[in-house]
Design a protein around this ligand. Structure first.
Ligand SMILES: *[C@@H]1O[C@H](CO)[C@@H](O)[C@H](O)[C@H]1NC(C)=O
Ligand SMILES: *[C@@H]1O[C@H](CO)[C@@H](O)[C@H](O)[C@H]1NC(C)=O
Ligand SMILES: *[C@@H]1O[C@H](CO)[C@@H](O)[C@H](O)[C@H]1NC(C)=O
Ligand SMILES: [Zn+2]
Length: 469
């Protein structure tokens, strides 16, 4: 009876220790290889940071309640599609990853390839920076990509594991097609094929913003289509039981700004500028929006520069080496010696104004109209939180952190996004289990030891008593 009491006392005495180890009070399971959550990166091309402010967006609002919303994200310069998307995938500024324009060009043959055909020029994308798909695959993860810029290219001999490149002539606005693509990514790639990371691209609301302008009713309608699509994506994720296993990042490559129309402003047309002549130019990249680039013929650089500098109050003219450092658009051999940047509302025309869009992007990334939206939701993110602006280069280290992979050298900072994450105590689940096992073993041994000792004492006491009797 006495022994039993003692044993019970010993066992209960050790239990308060079990109740309170600090690492066990953490709300989340600690990160281990098997506990890694999946990640879906979605880009809606040209979704400006404030597009949800003049139209009802119930599904985006719900997502913000369930997750984190940044006030805006600052894209890299140039604020155009291929350079900016490649920054998302690499965490590098444009001068460091080398995808410096939507257009591929050869200054000697004068050849130019438009956005779509550039997708298939491997050497254009594979210029020293590895996109996150390849890095993830090298570290044992499975990656996929649907329509995302850069998907078609081969990087150091490797492509993204599962991929879908859009056909040459593709309707980027068809909502039925969007749903089919979502079914493929969620149902097939994440659910059946157990992919860890997928990037998914939609060509809107960029096209509508260009065609009708960012303040048009058409743009507001397209934002509602995007909003319904966000609802559809989250429903699909729920249907496949992935809500607690999949983090989602939704963002965009740049914003959109209204182009000032004929008659209201003096347009920037290089051929009309006194002292400027196309005879002095070896190669030009003009008529692609607010930024132009020139390669003057040998010995003509100063002449061209002097003619253009100060020629229009809304045109900024830089030699490559005098570009403002904050734009990170100088230090790459593909960038031409003279760079022309127009103020918002203006575009850079060559011979004639051939550009008749109502909306444009490509401006300085400090311009508020160039900022993009940024939303996240999922098991690793906080809920109902609005955070300060971040830079698009910071998304890459965040993605690597979520996937538990070592990032390549990059220009982003995890510190700029850490506050979006559910805090975790990284003591390690296995250590925790080992400790509990050890504790139990020590406790058990102590009890046994004590009982043995007690047995010896009692028996010898009794024996002593008996011998004395
Ligand atoms: C993490 O552990 C520390 C003590 O090591 C504790 O103070 C803190 O509350 C824990 N955080 C969470 C979220 O559990
Ligand atoms: C990047 O491209 C430039 C010119 O297109 C070339 O000179 C350079 O060697 C390339 N760098 C790498 C690492 O591929
Ligand atoms: C949209 O895409 C679906 C599926 O690919 C197709 O059947 C339909 O005809 C398309 N609608 C339009 C208006 O092009
Ligand atoms: Zn774009």
């Amino acid at each position: 009876m006495l022994l039993l009491c003692l044993a019970v006392l010993c066992l209960t005495a050790s239990s308060p220790c079990d109740a309170a180890p600090p690492w066990k009070s953490g709300l989340q399971p600690v990160f281990t290889g098997s506990a890694r959550n999946k990640l879906l990166l979605i880009s809606f091309d040209g979704f400006r940071w404030d597009y949800d402010q003049d139209v009802e967006t119930p599904y985006l609002d719900k997502m913000a309640q369930d997750g984190v919303k940044a006030v805006y994200v600052t894209p890299p310069f140039l604020t155009i599609t291929s350079p900016s998307h490649f920054t998302m995938l690499t965490g590098r500024n444009v001068e460091n990853h080398g995808v410096i324009h939507n257009i591929w060009f050869n200054t000697i043959t004068q050849e130019k390839k438009q956005y779509y055909m550039t997708q298939f020029v491997d050497s254009y994308w594979n210029n020293g920076s590895l996109p996150i798909w390849i890095t993830a695959q090298r570290q044992g993860l499975k990656a996929g990509s649907l329509h995302f810029p850069g998907t078609a290219a081969t990087y150091k001999g490797e492509t993204v594991g599962v991929r879908q490149v859009e056909p040459r002539f593709y309707d980027h606005s068809n909502e039925t097609d969007w749903k089919l693509n979502i079914n493929k990514v969620i149902g097939e790639w994440f659910h059946q094929k157990d992919q860890d990371f997928v990037s998914l691209y939609f060509g809107e609301p960029d096209l509508t913003g260009h065609k009708y302008g960012p303040d048009s009713p058409k743009r507001r309608e397209m934002v509602q289509q995007v909003d319904r699509t966000v609802g559809y994506i989250r429903d699909k994720i729920q249907d496949y039981g992935l809500t607690d296993k999949l983090n989602i990042i939704i963002t965009a490559d740049h914003g959109m700004s209204t182009v000032l129309q004929d008659g209201l402003v003096e347009k920037i047309i290089l051929s009309k500028i006194p002292g400027f002549s196309f005879k002095d130019i070896q190669f030009q990249l003009l008529d692609y929006g607010p930024v132009g680039m020139l390669l003057p013929k040998e010995g003509m650089l100063e002449k061209v520069y002097e003619a253009l500098k100060g020629s229009h109050p809304h045109l900024h003219v830089y030699k490559k080496e005098e570009m403002p450092a904050r734009l990170h658009y100088s230090n790459h051999p593909r960038i031409l010696p003279i760079i022309l940047i127009a103020d918002p509302g203006y575009i850079v025309n060559g011979f004639l104004p051939v550009h008749y869009t109502k909306g444009e992007h490509g401006f300085d990334n400090e311009v508020m109209d160039m900022k993009a939206f940024f939303r996240v939701v999922g098991p690793d993110f906080r809920k109902n939180k609005i955070v300060d602006p971040l830079d698009l280069v910071d998304v890459y280290p965040l993605m690597c952190h979520l996937l538990g992979i070592n990032p390549e050298i990059n220009d982003g900072h995890l510190d700029n996004t850490k506050h979006m994450l559910v805090p975790k105590n990284n003591t390690g689940g296995d250590i925790n289990k080992k400790y509990n096992g050890m504790e139990a073993l020590i406790g058990f041994s102590a009890v046994i030891g004590f009982l043995v000792l007690l047995f010896i004492i009692t028996t010898s006491y009794n024996m002593c008593k008996r011998t004395r009797e």
